[in-house]
Design a protein around this ligand. Structure first.
Ligand code: KPL
Length: 324
């Protein structure tokens, strides 16, 4: 019998569970999946597809303080951005040298640091797949794949193209269309720019994404895009192309991208709003932190971003105080 490639998914939230269960429920090439969380999950998991099909999967489950025997061939880190480095630190001593690491975090915080720190190939991934957990309804054993998207993978150092191609093929075969790209740094910053323009505002005002198009929010979004576009121009991050043709000037490119995502996700509660509503910490450090640090380096004014970061920081501190 041929040995199946072992994929460990560390951080089995909605995205981690989606990746794990997609990998576990497809046929070729067959891989083995282990979900590693802070606590051990049920081995019997269900994936509800966007078409409403229910796919049952039996996976290996483990917890960070009781890892399974053996070693992964691919380690997917799918924790929230603020938890990634601590999760990595508890895993690293158990990994054979050279284990490929795949980082799925939002923002641009832990990716460069872990790419430096890990002794082996590191790929970064960014995805627009939509998923959520149906925890109550299903005893924490059901993930809903809410909408199809696209995933991009690549390494920050421009190496490991073959590994990225091979991972893209595996994920695509599993129902998560994925492309290997040579400019993942650029792609991560683009996602970060969109998240920075949408997430803090919707979290602060507790609104759905589409409401950003209305007064009084629209001018706030525009003002944030102005700040973000100036920072990214100073950092040398090329603006996205405008749909249907050639790349527009920087600000217009960023505007078009943000408003396109707002329209496409109008009914969504963005991840940061979900975190605020659930009383969890937010990913503001990973999303706003790199922008504010870059702005500082280029002496650019960022009154709106700084104000939102300060609000999120004090909200997270107050939340942590309540949890003690
Ligand atoms: O990625 C998102 C998020 O919720 O974090 C956006 C694009 C804002 C969609 O809701």
């Amino acid at each position: 019998m041929t040995r199946r490639e072992a994929h460990w998914i560390v951080g089995p939230g909605a995205l981690g569970r989606l990746i794990g269960l997609r990998l576990a429920t497809h046929r070729a090439p067959a891989v083995s999946v282990t979900l590693v969380g802070r606590r051990r999950l049920s081995r019997e998991q269900v994936l509800v597809t966007p078409e409403g099909e229910r796919l049952a999967a039996r996976v290996t489950t483990a917890s960070l303080d009781a890892l399974p025997g053996g070693a992964p061939d691919r380690l997917h880190l799918t924790t929230k951005a603020y938890a990634a480095e601590a999760a990595y630190a508890s895993l690293a001593p158990h990994l054979p040298p050279g284990t490929p690491l795949v980082l799925w975090q939002n923002g641009f915080g832990c990716q460069p640091r872990l790419s430096q720190r890990h002794e082996g190939p590191v790929l970064c991934a960014t995805t627009t797949e939509g998923a959520y957990l149906e925890e109550q309804a299903a005893g924490d054993a059901r993930v809903v794949h809410a909408g199809h998207g696209e995933t991009l993978v690549g390494s920050l150092d421009g190496h490991h193209a073959e590994l990225a191609d091979e991972l893209a093929a595996t994920l695509t075969a599993a129902g998560l269309p994925t492309r290997a790209v040579g400019d993942i740094r650029q792609r991560l910053w683009q996602k970060l720019a969109v998240n920075a323009a949408i997430n803090p505002l919707v979290a602060r005002f507790r609104i759905r994404n589409g409401q950003l198009r209305d007064r009084p929010f629209r001018p706030l979004v525009e003002a944030i895009i102005d700040e973000v576009a100036a920072i990214l121009a100073a950092e040398g991050i090329a603006p996205p192309g405008v749909e249907g043709g050639e790349s527009a000037g920087g600000l217009e490119g960023w505007r078009a991208l943000v408003w396109r995502v707002v329209a496409g996700t109008a009914n969504n509660r963005a991840s940061m709003l979900q975190d605020v509503l659930a009383g969890r910490p937010t990913e503001h450090e990973a999303i706003l932190g790199p922008l504010l640090a870059a702005a500082d380096g280029h002496h650019l004014p960022t009154p709106r971003l700084a104000e939102l970061a300060a609000w999120l920081r004090s909200r997270d501190l107050a939340q942590a105080g309540r949890a003690c």
